[in-house]
Design a protein. Structure first.
Lengths: 687, 67
């Protein structure tokens, strides 16, 4: 092996390839080292070898082999394949880096510039490269475009202090200590109560997040609606009809609502007040990851974790900047003109981008900043491969948001007319966009509607054509969506921009929440109830938020991570003692919730044949095959249906529109599919 | 003692969730009386039970109180 080359460590193979292409001018040689592809090339007389970690290749665990004992407060870093069986390739990648390091004279950490990337690079430099973490250089970039990568390597930074890496390593250690102890305590309690082993997990951010969901679930399930009435009228002037609302949104008694109708029908109304105003609506601020996840949920219904995955693919394709950013700001250093010129070559954006290039405007900036990366923006590069539908959707959203940030404020004309009918007042309100400004660039995502109003002046009259009284009930609070839950986590300051979406996915995966509706299961309720009783600070936000703040202090060099870890251990130890002392009661409660949750997961819906029983997934004792059967079998109902024998089966909230039998999701293949379980459904194949 | 409606540990005669739901069902009755001018307790419970906005535990309590 050659000596004296520069070893570059990237986070992902796609990034390593793109970086090598950019620095070599497109002709790197590929080699296999211990089964890992590495790239070799010369640049300005210097030999480079580029390799990729493919995520975390080191992870934390406790040094003992005993996997059921708690408390555990010793934490060591190990090759990830030893702590996570799904990461079997970690040992090979470490071995490749170790071999390459032996021949390297200079080291560059080119992992993503954030806490996780810094931790991945730091660990490899420290453990696989023989303690090179302090002398390694840092390549800092926010996009994988050739221009940015060349610039980053022409201006390599010295090792930037290890605050980010220390904070990252402290976060991993704290989350491990927290999760392993509480999860083992809960799982052991359930096991002790006779239930077969099942992981009942509880993480540092998972606890408070589940707490938010349970709090809302309780409000929903205890909700009692109160009746009220809503009054609206149809008014006519010059042959045109307009709908107006009674000034009071909510009429508390039926008798008064009906009196309003009697008092007004057939009468003339007089314009009491007619107001018009023009308001400026500023452009939306550039996307940080949370904003993008919320907007993608609003526009396309994508779960936050899905949006993050798509955005990462677009980043690795060099189409957008690094997505895990908290920033809502676009600094001039990203080269506005270059990006707009790039977008001007794409048909969908060409006219808008060309227009903005002429105006030389500057983008609006948001309040949040992130020292490591700017707000998410397109790079101006064209895709080198076809994008799938979801990638195209997210790219379009990012590109339009970027263009909109440069647009001028929009102007909306708002109008409000108050109509008096005797002692009663109705209100007509509407608005229209008189100057679209940024809305033109943001397109269908802008979401403002035009509602026309009559052109009237004070004293004009309109005839009351009709008055309707609508009986209403208070609405129960809405369940959190994945997007609104993410927003709440952000607001409460728990989790990080990189981890929040995964935590929500874990809550679904553990069976605490059902995926579709975010309805908390009996198990989720029971876990929070148990925690609230015996370990309340675990599900409160205070301790978790305090740790996040202290991790930020570690990042800035203001606190030692060892002290933070000791403090966390002290906080958890007391709560664990309480849980341990009440293991029997805790076990009984969790066991019965587990049983109820598992039983419910087999129920698909009401039986449309007997209308008494539930259709459930049943497994035949003789053939061992699963099928759908009615729980009212003993009562004479013989409703049954076959089921696919492969893949997971999940119920859906709505029955088939054609036949009222349950519809299920069948998972396990490339993508889940919906199936009406009725073999004789008239709309078979298309429920 | 177990809650007769769900089998959870009872705090009085009901579990914490159903006890709170019972208070809410009882507290809403005077509001329904004021809204409609008059409504019998039993008819109120029927309406609460049938209303799609009523929460699951409140529905179970309405059924329970109806006997």
């Amino acid at each position: 092996m050659n000596s004296g080359f520069t070893l570059v460590i990237c986070e992902k193979p796609d990034a390593a390839r793109r970086l090598s292409d950019a620095l070599s001018g497109g002709a790197p040689r590929t080699e296999l080292v211990d089964g890992t592809t590495v790239f070799r090339f010369n640049r300005k007389g210097e030999e480079f070898v580029v390799c990729a970690a493919q995520g975390h290749v080191y992870g934390v665990s406790d040094p003992s082999d005993e996997r059921t004992v708690y408390p555990v407060f010793d934490v060591e870093w190990y090759s990830s394949d030893l702590v996570d069986e799904d990461n079997a390739g970690a040992a090979k990648r470490i071995s490749a880096v170790r071999k390459l390091a032996a021949g390297a004279s200079k080291f560059v950490n080119a992992c993503d510039f954030d806490v996780e990337g810094e931790t991945i690079g730091y660990n490899l430099l420290r453990y696989a490269c023989g303690g090179k973490e302090k002398e390694a250089f840092r390549a800092v970039f926010s996009t994988l475009t050739e221009e940015d990568l060349v610039k980053a390597f022409d201006d390599l930074k010295p090792a930037s202090g290890d605050g980010l890496a220390r904070a990252g390593r402290a976060r991993h250690a704290i989350d491990f200590v927290w999760g392993v102890n509480l999860s083992r305590a809960l799982s052991q309690s359930a096991l002790g109560s006779g239930h077969r082993y099942r992981t009942v997990s509880m993480g540092r951010v998972q606890g408070p997040t589940l707490g938010f969901l349970v709090e809302r679930e309780q409000e929903i399930r205890e909700f009692v609606p109160v009746p009220y009435w809503k009054v609206s009228g149809i008014f006519e002037r010059d042959g045109k009809k307009f709908s107006a609302q009674y000034v009071k949104d909510r009429i508390e008694t039926k008798i008064y609502a009906e009196k309003i109708r009697e008092d007004c029908v057939g009468k003339e109304s007089v314009v009491d007040e007619a107001r018009k105003s023009t308001v400026q609506v500023g452009p939306p601020v550039p996307f940080n990851i949370g904003d993008l996840q919320k907007e993608a949920y609003r526009a396309f219904g994508y779960a936050p974790s899905r949006t993050l995955q798509i955005a990462e693919r677009l980043y690795l394709a060099a189409l957008i900047s690094y997505p895990r950013t908290g920033s809502q700001r676009l600094p001039p250093s990203i080269n506005y003109r270059g990006i707009l010129q790039g977008l001007a070559k794409v048909r969908e954006y060409s006219s808008h981008a060309a227009e903005l290039l002429d105006t030389k405007s500057k983008p609006v900036q948001g309040a949040k900043s992130d020292a490591a990366h700017p707000a998410i923006h397109p790079t101006g590069e064209r895709p080198r491969r076809p994008l799938d539908a979801s990638e195209s959707a997210i790219f379009d959203l990012v590109a339009r948001r970027f263009l909109a940030a440069f647009g001028p404020s929009a102007r909306r004309e708002l109008a409000e007319v108050t109509l008096a009918v005797g002692e009663h007042e109705f209100r007509l309100s509407g608005g229209r966009t008189v100057f679209p400004g940024w809305m033109k660039y943001y397109g269908r995502y802008a979401g403002y509607m035009d509602v026309e109003l009559p052109s009237v002046a004070e004293g004009d009259t309109l005839r009351v054509v009709d008055v309707s009284v609508e009986s209403k009930f208070d609405q129960k609070p809405p369940r959190y969506s994945q997007s609104s839950l993410l927003e709440r986590m952000e607001r409460e300051g728990i989790g990080t921009k990189a981890t929040r979406a995964d935590i929500i996915a874990t809550l679904v995966g553990r069976g605490y929440v059902s995926g579709e509706s975010m309805e908390v299961t009996d198990l989720g309720l029971s876990v929070v109830e148990t925690m609230a009783r015996y370990a309340p600070s675990i599900i409160g936000t205070g301790l978790t938020r305090q740790i996040e703040e202290r991790l930020e202090a570690v990042e800035g060099g203001g606190e030692a991570e060892a002290e933070l870890l000791r403090g966390t251990v002290r906080s958890i130890a007391g709560q664990l003692r309480e849980l341990g002392a009440n293991e029997e009661v805790v076990g009984r409660e969790i066991d019965s919730a587990l049983t109820a949750t598992v039983a419910k997961s087999f129920v698909l819906g009401k039986c449309p044949v007997c209308k008494r029983g539930d259709l459930r997934i049943v497994r035949s004792r003789t053939t061992k095959k699963r099928f759908v059967g009615c729980s009212n079998y003993s009562g004479g109902c013989r409703a049954s249906a076959p089921l696919p024998q492969k893949g997971t089966i999940r119920s859906t909230p709505k029955p088939c529109e054609r036949c009222s039998w349950p519809v299920v999701y069948v998972g396990g293949g490339r993508r889940p599919w919906r199936l009406c379980v009725n073999p004789r459904c008239p709309g078979k194949g298309n429920p | 003692m177990k809650c007769p409606l769900c089998g959870r540990e009872a705090v009085t005669d009901l579990c914490r969730y159903h006890a709170e739901s019972k208070e809410k069902v009882q507290a809403a009755y005077p509001l329904w009386v004021a809204a409609y001018g008059r409504i019998e307790w039993s008819l109120y419970l029927d309406n609460v039970k049938r209303n799609p906005q009523t929460g699951q535990w409140a529905k179970e309590i309405a059924e329970f109180l109806k006997g």
